[in-house]
Design a binder for this molecule. Structure first.
Ligand code: FE2
Length: 202
């Protein structure tokens, strides 16, 4: 199976300890519970940085996915980073060393996106409000710069508030929404700088 999800309920004690340590190191209080319940973007980005630096592959991203799920349940964190003025895409943080980006997205009307991957990058979709119906696809025929690739739908599932999913390099997916949604997403690199190939469902 080429898709990966993280599950906050599976978060280990050592992860929690690490999260607390990072929060304290970055200026939080000694009250570990408060640090986890309400953290700053600086603390969250430092935790993501540490997880990805320690394990640059999918394992580190799964930790980041778990950190994001915890952050999405932090009402104060979400309110500070997503509000009525948030556009469809806003970069909240870009890591100067590892190049990953934390983004806020606020979408208004219904929309279904074409199947896509993120080229050489990975991405984590974190649902903050509303509902995304996400579909995963398998590759049938590779894309070239001239010709769209062909893909076949495998499954559809819901991203509801507090849920985050990891899409590794080449994982093909297509989000759909019927109404307004808000997400916090993390991209391995700023996707504004990456040219992507097109895919068609067959
Ligand atoms: Fe995507």
């Amino acid at each position: 199976m080429n898709w990966a999800a993280c599950d906050g309920s599976a978060r280990s004690e050592s992860d929690l300890e690490q999260a607390c340590k990072s929060s304290r190191r970055d200026g939080g209080t000694n009250d570990a519970e408060n640090d986890i319940m309400s953290q700053s973007l600086e603390q969250f980005s430092a935790q993501c940085h540490d997880a990805l630096k320690a394990e640059p592959g999918p394992a580190g991203r799964r930790k980041v996915c778990e950190l994001l799920q915890a952050a999405l349940k932090d009402e104060s964190f979400v309110a500070k980073n997503l509000d009525d003025t948030t556009p469809e895409r806003k970069i909240l943080y870009e890591d100067p060393e590892l190049s990953f980006c934390i983004l806020a997205h606020s979408y208004k009307g219904p929309k279904e996106s074409s199947p896509h991957d993120h080229g050489p990058s990975w991405a984590i979709y974190g649902q903050a409000a509303g509902e995304t119906q996400m579909s995963d696809f398998e590759l049938v025929e590779r894309a070239t710069p001239e010709t769209p690739g062909k893909v076949r739908k495998l499954r559809t599932y819901k991203l509801t508030p507090g849920v985050a999913h990891l899409y590794n390099e080449g994982d093909l997916h297509s989000p759909k929404r019927d109404g307004p949604t808000r997400l916090i997403r993390i991209e391995g690199v700023n996707m504004d700088t990456v040219k992507r190939l097109k895919f068609e469902a067959v």
